[in-house]
Design a protein around this ligand. Structure first.
Ligand SMILES: NC(=O)C1=CN([C@@H]2O[C@H](COP(=O)(O)OP(=O)(O)OC[C@H]3O[C@@H](n4cnc5c(N)ncnc54)[C@H](OP(=O)(O)O)[C@@H]3O)[C@@H](O)[C@H]2O)C=CC1
Ligand SMILES: O=C1O[C@H](COP(=O)(O)O)[C@@H](O)[C@H](O)[C@H]1O
Length: 496
């Protein structure tokens, strides 16, 4: 794989929030690290009228506001690779000019006809753009052609299938890079490494030794300005269909026979195929929904009072669920997931709880022996903690819990690459491992659709049912209590 790939990136949605906050800063970091060099160029596309100079100034602003210690003048050589094309993507006529510009940039920067179309726009445009790219000849190129698609990829299986069929008229499956930005996170990528490169974990990684696995992705923010999208989506579609199920798949998959894209994806697909399909009556017993209310001091508005949200909205801003994987390795082991907005802490953590030892020689009536936990800290802190029991100093045979920590930040002394930085680079190099294959998307939607159909047909009478600033509704605790488990207090599990 080429380490310094020559590419023309045609960015649809060049004036949008994602481009400004994530994509330009990530491209700049790649440039600074020398991962993209002289043979790269970007054509930004959006409707508003901008000169190239105005566009380049906007890019500078976005980089200066996202990255510290950057000198504005140092950005000039970088932004000189960017051109702007004002264009309404629904208008076929505009594509001819875009094609000309692409050819010109290709020649100027010697890009070998390699084209990466990045669709950072509202999903209703994804199908239209890809079809015009083909009909207007932009995909007829001498180099590679790839399309990077932002989320959401549909709002259920049916719409995702329709969208996929439209995209497939212009691109082959291996040319489609569906973004799930969690797959670009350092510690999500570390799940496989922790599992498959440590002899002490892999033999224990099954239903004989693991009691349950808990995945929490909690946010403190509410829906902010995204009420229009979010109220039609909800936490199940927004977070569970993609990020949470991807983490489940990485935790549960069999070791792939090699680390190729195809082998890893096919193992993830096997996990998604084994997810237990709950019946209509089992869904309320295994999945809990929540919607945020005021915070206890009444300072933050409840979900139903957020802009562009229906005042009687039945949309969930929180989901907790018990996922069962019906295969030989995982039979009987619950994978508990929870995710929500306006929770007590911004944190993504995985807690692997090992089973208790068969006979506890150190049992003291007043103390419990804590189970061994392996905590994978995805964000904001990045690392791994192993919870063990050791002897308390002194004469008596008493135990105390201790934590062995590994912190990524402390070792590197710097932030690990932003997820988008890796994913853009991977898409330029043609490495699709950390993007989702259609089969994964399809199976995840089919799983989630069964739950959303039940929720859409039955209004939740309790909404709103959790205060902002808490870890979610009481029913989510009851879900685990029913199995004699508790949610581990991840808000206290920081790496010291
Ligand atoms: N923002 C984020 O943090 C995240 C966003 N995403 C996804 O990324 C995508 C983009 O999101 P975001 O950047 O927030 O959206 P914005 O609404 O901020 O940006 C939309 C962009 O599309 C352009 N646009 C709109 N209509 C047209 C049109 N008809 N023709 C050409 N350009 C058009 C807009 O520019 P103009 O008005 O000038 O035409 C603007 O550049 C979405 O799919 C979203 O779900 C995913 C994860 C996080
Ligand atoms: O995809 C999404 O993810 C973000 C959370 O991402 P994170 O990297 O900050 O954990 C979420 O806020 C957003 O609603 C969702 O669309």
């Amino acid at each position: 794989m080429n380490k310094k790939p020559a590419s023309l990136l045609i960015l649809f949605g060049a004036t949008g929030d994602l481009a400004n906050r994530k994509l330009y800063p990530s491209l700049y970091r790649l440039y600074k690290k020398g991962k993209i060099a002289e043979q790269f160029a970007v054509v930004g596309v959006a409707r508003r009228e901008l000169t190239d100079e105005q566009y380049q100034n906007n890019i500078k602003k976005s980089i200066l506001s996202e990255i510290n210690h950057v000198n504005e003048c140092d950005l000039n050589p970088f932004v000189s690779h960017f051109k702007y094309h004002s264009h309404d993507v629904s208008d076929a006529a505009s594509y001819a000019e875009l094609k000309q510009l692409a050819e010109q940039m290709d020649e100027t920067y010697d890009l070998g006809g390699n084209r990466l179309f990045y669709l950072a726009m509202a999903p209703e445009f994804f199908g239209t753009i890809t079809q015009f790219l083909k009909s207007e000849g932009l995909t007829d190129t001498t180099g590679y052609k790839r399309v990077v698609i932002e989320k959401p990829f549909g709002r259920d299986y049916k719409s995702a299938e329709k969208l996929n069929a439209m995209i497939r008229t212009a691109f082959e499956e291996e040319e489609i890079y569906r973004i799930d930005h969690y797959l670009g996170k350092e510690m999500v990528q570390n799940i496989e490494v922790i599992r498959f490169s440590n002899a002490i974990f892999e033999p224990l990684w099954n239903n004989r030794y693991i009691s349950n696995i808990q995945i929490t992705s909690s946010e403190t923010l509410g829906v902010e300005e995204r009420g229009r999208y979010y109220d039609k989506s909800g936490a199940l579609r927004d977070m569970v269909q993609n990020h949470m199920l991807q983490m489940v798949a990485l935790l549960a998959m069999e070791p792939p026979i090699s680390l190729t894209t195809e082998e890893i994806r096919s193992e993830k697909v096997r996990v998604l195929r084994a997810l237990r399909k709950y019946s209509e009556t089992e869904i309320p017993e295994n999945f809990v929904r929540g919607q945020y209310d005021w915070d206890e001091k009444n300072l933050l508005a409840p979900y139903r009072e957020e802009p562009m949200v229906q005042p009687d909205s039945n949309t969930e801003t929180y989901v907790a669920g018990k996922i069962m994987i019906d295969n030989f390795r995982w039979a009987g082991v619950p994978f508990y997931i929870r995710t929500g907005k306006r929770m007590a802490t911004k944190s993504t953590k995985i807690v692997v709880q090992f089973k208790d030892i068969p006979m506890n020689l150190y049992y003291q009536p007043k103390e419990t022996l804590n189970p061994n936990l392996l905590v994978i800290h995805i964000q904001p802190d990045e690392g791994v903690t192993l919870h063990l029991n050791v002897k308390k100093s002194g004469q008596k045979e008493e135990t105390k819990p201790i934590h062995l920590h590994f912190s990524n930040r402390n070792i590197n002394g710097m932030n690990t690459p932003e997820a988008y930085e890796r994913l853009i680079y991977d898409s330029m190099r043609g490495d699709a491992t950390n993007f989702t294959h259609w089969e994964e998307v399809a199976l995840s939607w089919k799983y989630v659709d069964r739950i959303s159909q039940v929720w859409e047909n039955t209004r939740e009478q309790d909404f709103p049912n959790y205060f902002s600033g808490t870890m979610g509704p009481k029913k989510a605790d009851e879900l685990l209590e029913h199995d004699n488990h508790i949610w581990w207090p991840i808000e206290q599990f920081e790496i010291e």
